[in-house]
Design a protein around this ligand. Structure first.
Ligand code: FES
Length: 254
């Protein structure tokens, strides 16, 4: 049976950055939507979770047993895998470049990229408690009148070059995430108004893009004003695209 390190294709003494890179690559390789299988995908998720939890057998496999691509990943330091994953990544990058900056609706065409944007947010977790629905036209008005906790409704500024998730964290909010690399749905938000770029999206199918689901970890505002419902990862259609939470997902930074 393969060790978690073998599943990810890294050495047992790999540093965190190498493990995260390998994890993102393996998630993409094994995701059912990318030609992989649910069993492989689950094995990668479990391997990553075990390494994160320290629940691992650190016995290294003999070098001769390792595919060349795995050795390259282990030795590659900060570079992307250029053997097994290179061609796939190139294809994905082209696809994602097509998606990037081609928003589904209404970016400010003349917007100065150096200006800040204002993002108003609502936490999806409070909708049920109040009997609200995601498509309520007056959702944000109702949230503003409901005296919600600061983490459940509010607004903040996003600086140029900052992702939505980074801005939320800078303002002290612990929004969900896992990979921070476009390979899961943990950081997903629903756009109610405005537009986010999507420079790295390896996971969302077209129908979810069309429904204004975006990834907050790498999406940067393309409009001056946005309204988003964050923490939508529990929506049924996103459930299967989620990964184990990131190490800081449940910590609050305020
Ligand atoms: S895509 Fe995984 S955290 Fe954003």
């Amino acid at each position: 049976m393969s060790s978690p390190f073998e599943v990810l294709g890294v050495e047992p003494d790999a540093d965190e950055a190498t493990i995260v890179r390998a994890y993102r690559r393996r998630v993409k390789e094994t995701h059912p939507d990318q030609g992989g299988s649910a069993r492989e995908f689950q094995a990668v998720k479990e391997a990553y979770e075990r390494i994160r939890a320290g629940d691992v057998d650190s016995e290294p496999a003999a070098d001769d047993d390792k595919p060349a691509a795995r050795r390259a990943e282990s030795a590659g330091g900060g570079s992307r895998d250029s053997t097994s994953g290179g061609a796939q990544d190139s294809t994905e990058n082209r696809e994602n470049a097509d998606r990037s900056d081609t928003p589904a609706s209404g970016p400010d065409a003349d917007r100065d990229a150096a200006t800040t944007s204002r993002v108003e947010f609502v936490n999806h977790a409070v909708l049920d408690d109040h009997g609200w629905a995601l498509d309520d036209e007056d959702l944000f008005e109702k949230a503003a009148d409901a005296d919600l906790a600061p983490e459940d409704h509010g607004a903040f500024e996003v600086e140029p070059g900052e992702s939505l998730l980074e801005a939320a964290e800078r303002h002290g909010f612990a929004w969900p995430f896992s990979c921070r690399g476009g390979a899961c749905a943990n950081c997903a938000v629903l756009l109610r108004e405005g537009e986010l770029s999507q420079p790295a999206d390896h996971i969302l199918p077209e129908e979810l893009i069309e429904e204004n689901i975006r990834l907050s970890c790498n999406g940067e505002p393309l409009t001056d004003e946005l309204q988003v419902v964050y923490n939508v990862k529990h929506l049924p259609r996103l459930e299967s695209l989620r990964l184990p939470p990131g190490p800081f997902e449940f910590s609050r930074t305020d």
